[in-house]
Design a protein around this ligand. Structure first.
Ligand code: AMP
Length: 110
């Protein structure tokens, strides 16, 4: 069954796609932890960091983060976080990074 993120990509459930390229797409997080909270998601349904088979998948996320940072003019900086597994609180088993910005980012990200 498709993940919630794949359903957004396909337009089956609502979600504005802010950025996409051949490998990843980006949406705003439903429950933002910062003024800017964007999810950068692989188009392939890779379950998470621990199951990435192609090393390039990580770089596609990082490259997209840089492009989004420039697109949104995040000159003050941003943080990129990937949760892997239960201890990190990963709730959607589809590889994604959280891009956080718009306030000073201190402490843990939960
Ligand atoms: P993680 O806990 O790292 O797996 O992150 C999953 C994130 O997906 C959480 O921050 C949720 O708020 C977010 N999320 C879940 N469903 C949606 C949705 N339909 N649209 C946007 N963000 C979502």
């Amino acid at each position: 069954m498709a993940t919630i993120f794949t359903k957004i990509l396909r337009g089956e459930i609502p979600g504005e796609i802010l950025y996409q390229d051949d490998h990843v797409f980006a949406i705003r997080d439903l429950d933002p932890k910062a003024p800017v909270h964007i999810l950068i998601i692989t188009k392939s349904e890779i379950p998470g960091m621990a199951t990435v088979e192609v090393a390039g998948d990580h770089m596609h996320i990082v490259n997209a983060a840089r492009a989004i940072g420039e697109q949104l003019g995040l000159v003050g900086g941003y943080r990129l976080v990937i949760n892997q597994g239960a201890d990190a609180g990963q709730s959607v088993p589809h590889l994604h990074a959280h891009l956080l910005a718009g306030r000073p980012l201190t402490g843990d990200f939960a």
